[in-house]
Design a protein. Sequence first.
Length: 230
Amino acid sequence: MEKWSLLEKDYIAFGQGISVTPLQLVSATAAVANGGVLLKPHLVAAVSRGEVRMPKYPAPPVVGRAISPATASDLTRYLEGVVIAGTGKPAAIPGYQVAGKTGTAQIPVRGGYHGYLPSFVGFAPADQPALVGLVAIAEPQGNEYYGAQVAAPAFGAITRQVLLYRGVHPRRERPSVWMGQTVLAGLPAKAPAAPVRPAVEADALADGDDHDPVASPAPAAEGGGFHAPF
């Protein structure tokens, strides 16, 4: 930093005047995800000889401590805020806490810059990191060239599939009320059923009309005989 001019410090403050490789950027982000511990990047996890599997590194290859755990925790919280309420919203994944940062760099050429290099670097889940990733797209076509427009959506889509493939399942908040209860609670309460009234009042059946006219004998005719009712 002692070699930087005042003008260079102004440029570097918002990301110009300095460059890193993708591997350097991912390694630095991984140090934040690992609580401030910088690990040595490597491609080979293990070597198999027949039935024997020999890990390349029995223990994580630690290079050293880059930042304190407290600083790493603060940076993680800030990077989560980028995805929750900042330019990284398109990188959000339902059910996962994502931490990351967008970038929109101009590509340096002799005598100036030409084109853009939008990017998004991040890790997930933010509280228990399972992977760190970087999406960088050189000179995207069209009118959209910001990291939030081009790289962040790709990061979210790719990371979701990788997490599912690795068995890292999304978290779902347990509903306080079952959905069926919510629907039933919104329905109007049933009025109590009215008592069923008989078709004929009980008092009307007690005045002598309750006899079956067919079963009742007809009045006697003259001569003592009976006539069948019509």
